[in-house]
Write a protein that binds this ligand. Structure first.
Ligand SMILES: Nc1ncnc2c1ncn2[C@@H]1O[C@H](COP(=O)(O)OP(=O)(O)OP(=O)(O)O)[C@@H](O)[C@H]1O
Length: 249
């Protein structure tokens, strides 16, 4: 279970209000697409959900519990830019995620624990379709394969919540379509709650169960930083569009 509840969240950097009055209640297992103009704070909200930053005001809860202050294995992340070590193979890169989680002091597992980790890693590498490439280095992979590796790195720790920041933005249309199928299948199999930032509206509507649109509803021409973006549309795609919650200025 991983219900995400956000209560009156604000995020400010100095005198710049980036996000204001964010209220959300996302049932466990939803796939949320986050859309909105550049700079309106979508990545900032992902960083808050990861505990990479703390909100200025308001709270985030998962299943009723306040979010842990530090990033944890319950939340995985996939960025647009790949985050693999160039000198490690696909398998070694994925193992590393488990080693850091399970042996935080030395970052290394041995014996039975290492064998168990390798089993889990093999399973994830197969699931993302990189079984033929497990001994290759990131530099030897295509863009789509590198993105599969990023997804494997996030999934190996079995996150309850998967956060993705424009994960397919750099991929060609064919590879993108393949990655959409893969992510939908993994989401269904793992029953994660997913938040995905995208600039591609078609992708957002095609993949998700809910679209969240961000924008500013208040403007001060003399002080453009005074107001932040909020959620202007919270649209569950199973429901009819006219039932969407629309915030007006
Ligand atoms: N660490 C930081 N310190 C100061 N300002 C920041 C910081 N991080 C983000 N910002 C500002 O917050 C605003 C929102 O940035 P954010 O990256 O969340 O937007 P975004 O909606 O994800 O944009 P894009 O769609 O272009 O990726 C921007 O004005 C940015 O400059």
């Amino acid at each position: 279970m991983s219900r995400v509840s956000i209560d009156n969240l604000w995020m400010e950097y100095g005198d710049q209000v980036v996000l204001e009055r964010i209220c959300l209640d996302i049932p466990s297992g939803e796939f949320c697409a986050m859309v909105g103009p550049s700079g309106c704070g979508k990545t900032t909200l992902l960083r808050l959900l990861l505990s990479m930053e703390q909100p200025t005001r308001g709270s985030i809860r998962i299943d009723g519990q306040p979010l842990a202050a530090e990033p944890g294995p319950d939340r995985g992340v996939v960025f647009q830019r790949y985050s693999a070590y160039a000198h490690l193979t696909v398998q070694e890169n994925v193992v590393l995620g488990l080693e850091f989680a399970r042996a935080p002091l030395f970052g290394k597992l041995w014996g039975a624990k290492k064998r168990q980790a390798l089993d889990e890693v093999r399973h994830v590498i197969d699931a993302v379709g990189l079984d033929q490439a497990r001994d290759k280095y990131p530099g030897e992979l295509s863009g789509g394969m590198q993105q599969r590796l990023s997804i494997a790195q996030a999934l190996v720790r079995k996150p309850r919540i998967l956060l993705m920041d424009e994960p397919f933005g750099a991929l060609d249309p064919g590879t993108k379509a393949q990655m959409h199928d893969l992510v939908r299948a993994l989401w269904r199999a793992e029953r994660m709650t997913v938040f995905m930032v995208t600039h591609d509206i078609k992708e957002g509507f095609g993949l998700s169960t809910r679209v969240l649109a961000f924008d500013k509803v208040r403007h001060d021409p003399d002080a453009p930083q005074a107001y932040g973006a909020t959620i202007t549309l919270n649209l569950p795609l199973d429901d009819k569009p006219e039932r969407a919650e629309i915030v007006r200025p």
